[in-house]
Design a binder for this molecule. Structure first.
Ligand code: SF4
Length: 553
């Protein structure tokens, strides 16, 4: 079966990082891990091609070659998903759809043209789909009926189908599911609250596959909560550290984890010894009452600020997500987020307005309360600039304006440099470099090489590439000469070189991200203003019948 996998296009978002990708000469941040996993689960004698529409268009010869089209995507990709289904059908090709969007809303109008809906986790439903094809069936819907597969037999994803040079990072997955119970979260709906992990040797085999294909950059562990099953993670990490040492630390890692990571020093140390460099935390808000409303109780058990400090002191750079628009939220929530981010120094703080995702506990509650907005621009998709898709308990204009102002304050170029500088001063030297030095000393019979010795460079890479140099030149020109950030820029550079040279390179790279935020600030402002202008004339546009204690300002 000649199978064409298509990954639909993403709209421009906070995480699409176009300006940064341009600087480093890549097209997309992450590959479609779900689709390459599906490809590995289908019969391996099938011929397969994959086109990521975020990298390039599907060529006419690829449409002509295909006998079956498989499309998978998330809710934010639904518009292009519909477009690709229509293009395939116009050429008379059978289409199968799957992935998070199809699994959570199989009857969405965007999926109407698909012949096969292969829902839930593919380990269970793909064999049903293949069996139906073999029986000559031309349509069908396959579900796992609530069953969650054991992922210890999931094969190594077909990374060979990707155009590796187009991506800034590769992705792997160790676990699915999360033990927590946040009201707005669809992960626990899709993957359950009992985290299922792969075996350590499986993940190592995936890394080895990437290594054999020539990959030598960052790898993102896309787990919903990497530390959801701490016992199994602690079995993985020593094996991962050993593999990294044996291969000269070719990969740096990033992942997502719950805030309780801060309470486990052993786990953080193991992560940094494996060369985990950053971790994304769902902090959501510093307002304890909102965290309780959202059932994100794990974030209320200890000081969020102290947790960020501990993780940072361990050597992991914290990225964090924040949300505005919780029920009962008091006026000034946007400012409180800005103050929290400024105090902790977190360089990358992602912000969004709360969205109700289909089938979540929050969706069900709001549906029962008659508060979902289904037919407006807000309901069209989930993006950082979409207004809330439900009636909030305070005026939507206030929430949107606070969001816009907070985003703008966080990424004001001078404030950004100050924050990144103060944060990077706190980061200790990387532990994996210490391990590399010890290895080199051992090999040389005792003497410990200095920090600057060539042996410290992972995997024998020498110096900066032409692309790195060009990116550095652009950043220096824009932030150090052209803009009004020039004094701060040079002062921070000199300070970093003097006080924390071990983190100098990472510091420059995070400063470069300002190029993206600067542009995205404008996008946030104009898109929100446009949506606010389109709201009905109702002066509050909030829930007028909310209990008095839930209505702010
Ligand atoms: S901690 Fe994160 S992944 Fe887990 S339930 Fe909460 S939002 Fe979902």
């Amino acid at each position: 079966m000649r199978t064409l996998f298509i990954y639909p296009e993403f709209p421009k978002t906070f995480w699409s990082y176009e300006k940064i990708l341009e600087l480093v000469d890549r097209k997309v941040l992450l590959p479609p891990l779900g689709l390459v996993t599906v490809a590995a689960l289908l019969p391996q004698h099938w011929d397969m091609k994959l086109v990521d529409r975020n990298v390039r268009e599907v060529r006419e010869d690829e449409w002509a070659w295909a006998e079956l089209v498989v499309i998978s995507g998330m809710i934010v990709q639904k518009a292009d998903m519909a477009e690709q289904i229509a293009r395939a059908k116009a050429r008379g090709l059978p289409v199968a759809v799957g992935g998070p969007f199809a699994s959570s809303t199989p009857d969405a109008p965007e999926l109407d043209g698909a012949d096969f809906k292969v829902l839930d986790e593919g380990e269970i439903t793909l064999p049903l789909f293949v069996a139906a094809l073999e029986r000559g069936e031309t349509s069908g819907r396959f579900t796992a009926d609530g069953e969650k597969p054991d992922v210890t037999s999931t094969p190594v994803p077909r990374y060979d189908l990707l155009e590796l040079d187009a991506y800034s990072e590769m992705s792997v997955q160790f676990s699915r599911g999360c033990p927590f119970n946040c009201e707005f979260c669809d992960i626990i709906v899709l993957y359950g609250r009992k985290p299922r992990t792969k075996a350590p040797e499986q993940l190592i085999a995936e890394l080895q596959r990437l290594y054999d294909l020539g990959w030598r950059r960052s790898v993102f562990l896309v787990d919903d909560n990497f530390i959801g099953n701490k016992r199994n993670v602690k079995q993985l990490l020593p094996a991962l550290r050993q593999w990294q040492i044996e291969h000269g630390y070719p990969f740096s890692f990033a992942t997502e984890a719950s805030v309780d990571l801060a309470a486990d020093q052993e786990l953080m140390d193991l992560m940094t010894e494996c060369r985990f460099e950053s971790v994304f935390l769902g902090i959501e808000t510093p307002d304890a009452a909102s965290l309780e409303t959202a059932r994100k109780l794990q974030n209320t058990r200890s000081s969020l600020e102290e947790s960020v400090e501990k993780i940072t002191a361990s050597g992991l750079r914290v990225m964090a997500g924040f949300i505005i628009g919780f029920d009962g939220e008091q006026r000034g929530a946007g400012n409180r987020i800005v103050e929290f981010v400024t105090r902790t120094g977190i360089p990358h703080a992602m912000m969004g307005m709360l969205q109700a995702l289909p089938n979540t506990a929050m969706w069900t509650r709001l549906e029962q309360e008659g508060r979902l907005i289904q037919d407006t621009a807000a309901a069209k998709g989930v993006n950082q600039t979409n207004l809330l898709n439900f009636l909030p308990t305070r005026p939507i204009q206030d929430i949107a304006t606070e969001y816009m102002e907070a985003f703008s304050a966080l990424y004001e170029p001078n404030a950004y440099i100050d924050r990144v500088y103060s944060y990077f001063l706190k980061l200790p030297p990387q532990r994996y470099k210490q391990i590399l030095r010890q290895q080199a000393a051992h090999a040389a019979g005792g003497a410990m090489p200095s920090e600057s010795a060539q042996t410290l460079t992972p995997n024998g890479k020498k110096g900066m590439s032409w692309v790195d140099l060009r990116a550095l030149g652009i950043v220096v020109w824009r932030q150090g000469i052209k803009r009004n950030t020039r004094w701060r820029f040079w002062r921070a550079l000199a300070g970093m070189w003097r006080h924390n040279p071990a983190r100098f390179k990472g510091f420059i790279s995070i400063l470069a991200h300002s190029e993206h935020f600067l542009e995205y600030r404008q996008i946030v402002r104009s898109e929100i203003q446009e949506q606010l202008a389109g709201l009905p004339p109702d002066p509050s546009h909030s829930l007028m019948v909310a209990p008095p204690q839930m209505v702010a300002g």
